[in-house]
Design a protein around this ligand. Sequence first.
Ligand code: EZ4
Ligand code: CO
Length: 403
Amino acid sequence: MNIVDAKVIVCCPGRNFVTLKLVTEDGITGLGDATLNGRELAVASYLNDHVVPLLIGRDARRIEDTWQYLYVGAYWRRGPVTMASVSAVDMALWDIKAKAAGMPLFQLLGGRSRDGVLVYGHANGQTVEDAVRAVAHYLDLGYKAVRVQSGIPGLASTYGVGRGKLFYEAAEPGTAPAESRWSTEAYLNFLPGLFERVRAEFGPDVHLLHDAHHRLTPIEAARAGKLLEPYHLLWLEDPTPAELQEGFRIIRQHTTTPIAVGEVFNSVFDCYKLIQEQLIDYIRTTVVHAGGITHLRKIASLAEMHQVRTGCHGATDMSPICIAAALHFDLAVHNFGVQEYMPHLDETERVFPHAYTFQDGYMYPGDEPGLGVDIDEGLAARYPYDPAYLPVNRRLDGTMHSW
Ligand code: EZ4
Ligand code: CO
C-alpha cells in the first residue's frame, strides 16, 4: 500500500490552516493537520521541501517506522515546526489505516472507553457581568464545562476576551503582531472576584476552568491557585511557562487547585518530569503539535500510570482534522479528562466537512471509517493564505512578557 501522492494545502477559510493529503496506490486518501498558528508557512515549507519527497513510494501501513524515520532520521529533533510536520504525516497514516480496515479510528485505538467526550467551551466578556452572561449561554447550549475569561479593569485588552461570542480567536490578520499590555498585580487582584461571582450565580456543579496563559511566576501562580481554591476549578491552565518543569513544584507545594499545562509542548520530553512527579493533573499536548496519534498515545500511557489525565488543546487553530483525531483519541484512552472545543467558523466547516457532532456537552467522532473528515479542495483554493499573528504582550513599563 505505497504512497503515490502527497500534497500540502494552505488555505484561509476565516483563519489559516495547513493540511497534508496523502494518496495510496489503492486510491485511499489520508488527511493530517499541520497548522502552527502564526508560523504556517514554515511548516508548509518543511513538509514540501523535506518530507513530501521522502513519502512517495513508502508503505503507508508502516506508521511507527515512518514516525521514527522522520523524527530520529531528521537528526534535528523536536521543535514545533518539525513536530507539526511529523504529526500531520502520522494523522494521515492513521486515517488511511482505519479507512483500509473499514473502521472509525477509535476502534483501532482500542475501542470506546466512554460514551462521549466531555468538552469545555470558552465563555468570555469585557466585564464580570458579561462573562456571567456568556457562561449562562454556554449552559443553555448544554455545556457541562466552561472556561471563564474576563477583561481586567485598567487593562485595555486581555487574553481570552475578544471577537467571537462562542470562541476566542487570538490571531489577528496583518503583517505584524498586535501589542497588548499586562499587569500581574491587576490580574491577581481581580481574578478571585470573577470566580466568586460565577460560582455564586451557577452553583457547585458546573465545571469551571481558567487559563492564566503562561503569565505568572511559580510563586504568583501558587497565590492564584490558593485564592481560587474556594471555587474548586476543574483546572487552572498554564499558570507559568513550562520550559522550567521544576517551577511546578513550587505551585504544587502551595495549592490543591488542579493544574493543566502542555498546549505548546512537542514531545514527552517536555512533560515527563511534570507527569512522573505528579506536578500536574491534566496534560494538554495535542495531536497536531505533539507528534500525532502515535506519540500522543505514549504521553497518555505515561500519564495514566501517574494519575494524570488528558485535556487536549482544541482552539480554532486546530483544524477540523485535528479535532476529529483528538475526539477518536479522547474516546479511546482510559485516562481522558476533558477536551477543549471552540466551534469553527462556517467557512471553515464548509471546507472541512466532518462526521463529528456535539450534543449536550459531549462530542462524538462518528462512525465513518478513518478520521471522518474531508477537505473540499476546490473550495479551499478560494481562500488563499492571509498573514496573521498571535499578539505580543508587554508589562505596563514596556518590558516584553509572555502573551
Ligand atoms: O492561545 O490556540 O487554551 N487555549 C489557548 C489558545 C491558544 C491559541 C494559540 O494558537 O490557550 O487560545
Ligand atoms: Co491555553
